[in-house]
Design a protein around this ligand. Structure first.
Ligand SMILES: Cc1ncc(COP(=O)(O)OP(=O)(O)O)c(N)n1
Ligand SMILES: Cc1nc(C(=O)O)sc1CCOP(=O)(O)O
Ligand SMILES: [Mg+2]
Length: 270
């Protein structure tokens, strides 16, 4: 079954410490989603497995019925346990073939890239996915193995100092090389929206622009508004679904409960 289109425009990656603990993550996610965040990724590399599951389940319950997917960072084996919609892996994590095998066909999968070469590599078929590996064979993208790419890092960031910085030109080259939607990460702020949209990026992945902000609602609205005001560039790979204004507090006919396909109620000013 094909996975539904993703609205990556304002993608929140959680940070438990910045949010002041697990309860702070839940309230941050609640406020951010009400203000227009379109994807939430649970990221807590330091959490024990039990704490990660507990927080993941709390977020899954918080997001149920909102239309916003919950993505699990790195711990692909916990996606089903948590009741999440998918996972995000990086170049040093388990392979996308293994991640997709664990996830099955219906969950979302994102991969980090920091160069056009990594975008191209993601498009080549991994030998573990076919009996006859071949450069010209359809790759993970054509197979539907991947749903989106995370281009890292736009700017150096104190949230993850080891991430470095590739700058806008490399992020733009990743977008141009990718047949999949690409979200940018690393020091992304509302003031980056115009540049990112112009070069064909499909969304902004942020931690500290939302987590730990004194007013999460205002911070999120600033990101949402900046994205909405920015002009999409020629390389945009997806057209986000139409925004729905103060509608659809109930499930549409035929949609599954907890499905992330349904449009969400959003702020008047989007
Ligand atoms: C949307 C998004 N893009 C990139 C990353 C970074 O993933 P990775 O390189 O695996 O680093 P960690 O987050 O696992 O430390 C991301 N998490 N999300
Ligand atoms: C989780 C993560 N990955 C990155 C990468 O470049 O790989 S940067 C990052 C954190 C981004 O935080 P902030 O929005 O506060 O800069
Ligand atoms: Mg990772």
């Amino acid at each position: 079954m094909p996975r539904p289109p993703l609205d990556l425009s304002v993608y929140l990656v959680t940070d438990t410490a910045l949010c002041g603990g697990p309860d702070g993550v839940v309230t941050t996610v609640r406020d951010a989603v009400a203000a227009g965040v379109t994807v939430v990724q649970l990221r807590d590399p330091d959490a024990s497995e039990a704490d990660f599951i507990a927080l993941g389940r709390a977020l899954a319950s918080e997001l149920a019925g909102t239309g916003v997917p919950l993505i699990v960072n790195d711990r692909v084996h916990l996606v089903d346990v948590i009741g999440a919609h998918g996972a995000h892996v990086g170049q040093g994590d388990l392979s996308i073939a293994e991640a997709r095998r664990l996830l099955g066909p219906d969950k979302l999968l994102g991969l980090s890239v920091s160069s056009p070469a990594q975008v191209a590599a993601a498009s080549r078929i991994p030998s573990s996915m076919t009996d006859t590996p071949c450069e010209s064979a359809p790759g993970p993208i054509e197979h539907g193995v991947l749903d989106y790419l995370g281009a890292q890092s736009l700017h150096a960031t104190g949230t993850k100092p080891e991430a470095g910085e590739v700058g806008l030109n490399v992020i733009a080259a990743c977008a141009a090389a990718s047949p999949l939607p690409v979200v940018a990460i690393g020091g992304v702020k509302a003031s980056d929206a115009a540049d990112l949209r112009r070069v064909g990026i499909d969304g902004m992945a942020v931690v500290s622009a939302i987590c730990g902000q004194p007013d999460v609602t205002a911070a999120t609205r600033a990101l949402v508004q900046a994205w909405a005001n920015a002009q999409p560039g020629v390389n945009s790979t997806v057209t986000p679904p139409p925004r729905h204004v103060n509608v659809l507090l109930t499930r549409p006919e035929g949609a599954e409960e907890g499905s992330y396909t349904a449009p969400r109620p959003v702020q008047e000013d989007r």
